[in-house]
Design a protein around this ligand. Structure first.
Ligand SMILES: [Ca+2]
Length: 325
């Protein structure tokens, strides 16, 4: 069992990612840390608790970190995620859950020191940049750092060239990428090139409800709003679910393939938040990122569906024919 901290901003797809991690025997979620992003930090805390409550895992601690980006003004993504950050499902708050006095950064400091804990980051990298400021050695002790963020050949989702998590807080993303470079370490960048391939369609959702009505219904309640948003803005029937792919990649590194390259994050101008991936080696710099470009979609869906719905792989292939044919 690999220990992970999920650093996130739930968020609809963050919630699906948490659900996948909790149903995966290969990982032990030692804590969830919240950063301001899709939802404001306090709302993200409440949403994480709602997901943990649904999963019967309120034993997992949740900590709150940065409530705004490093330098820029905070812009939430509630237009995408609904006014409650959870697709306007309006699940009630879980009673008796208070934000702990220990912050996300303090929790990371004491937990990462052991060197056998990884971080799957599903939101802006503000908490990690703060960790670098306060305790570089704790940051460098992260076993594997998988980040949903950025884009290489794919267009952006916040600007023509930028993905939301890095656009929201480009200064923190830059600190993280630069620090990894300085110390000869690598981030696993699960960007839009691969996440765009993962579309939860109305057909898949329908079949999920047939197979497991309890989970299917929960997923429908949190994604319905997201479906409408995608239809309006991306002209897609269904919704792109970015974050679970980062968890899947952590569990099974054969799901994604890519290139190693020196990568920098732009912090100003019209390309704010863009990940500039030096795939051709212009700068002659050591790589600090594993940038994913290809996804084994069938392997992802098999993992996601069997684990969320609690079904065998053979049944999954029969029930979800549209994916596996
Ligand atoms: Ca997220």
């Amino acid at each position: 069992m690999k220990k992970i901290i999920i650093d996130c901003d739930p968020g609809i797809d963050d919630s699906l990612a948490i659900m996948l991690a909790l149903n995966s025997p290969e990982v032990q979620v030692v804590g969830i840390t919240i950063v301001a992003g899709n939802s404001p930090a306090e709302m993200g805390f409440g949403n994480a608790k709602k997901v943990l409550d649904f999963m019967g895992r309120l034993d997992i601690p949740v900590y709150v970190g940065a409530d705004k980006p490093r330098k820029r003004e905070y812009v939430n993504a509630l237009d995408t995620h609904g006014e409650d950050g959870l697709g306007e499902s309006f699940f009630p708050d879980v009673p008796g859950q208070e934000i702990p006095s220990e912050t996300a950064i303090e929790f990371m400091r004491r937990t990462l020191k052991s060197g056998d804990v990884s971080v799957v980051a599903l939101g802006p990298l503000t908490n990690l940049a703060e960790l670098i400021d306060t305790d570089l050695s704790a940051f460098l002790s992260i076993e594997r750092l998988v980040s949903m963020g950025g884009n290489f050949r794919s267009h952006g989702n916040c600007s023509p060239v930028a993905e939301y998590n890095y656009w929201e807080d480009p200064d923190s993303a830059k600190v993280v990428y630069d620090t990894l470079f300085e110390h000869g370490k690598k981030i696993e960048m699960v960007g839009l090139d691969v996440t765009r391939e993962i579309v939860l369609t109305p057909q898949i959702l329908d079949d999920m409800k047939q197979v497991n009505p309890v989970v299917g219904d929960f997923v429908e309640k949190i994604t319905d709003f997201y479906f409408k948003f995608h239809w309006e803005w991306e002209h897609i029937r269904g919704c792109v679910i970015n974050d679970p792919l980062a968890v899947a990649q952590f569990i099974d590194p054969s799901i994604l393939q890519g290139i190693e390259a020196f990568t920098e994050v732009e912090t100003g101008g019209i390309s704010l938040g863009q990940t500039v991936v030096d795939s051709m080696g212009f700068y002659r710099k050591e790589s600090n990122a594993l940038v994913f470009t290809k996804v084994n979609k069938k392997a992802f869906w098999e993992m996601f569906l069997t684990r969320l719905l609690g079904m065998e792989a053979s049944d999954c292939k029969v029930r979800f024919k549209e994916i596996f044919e």
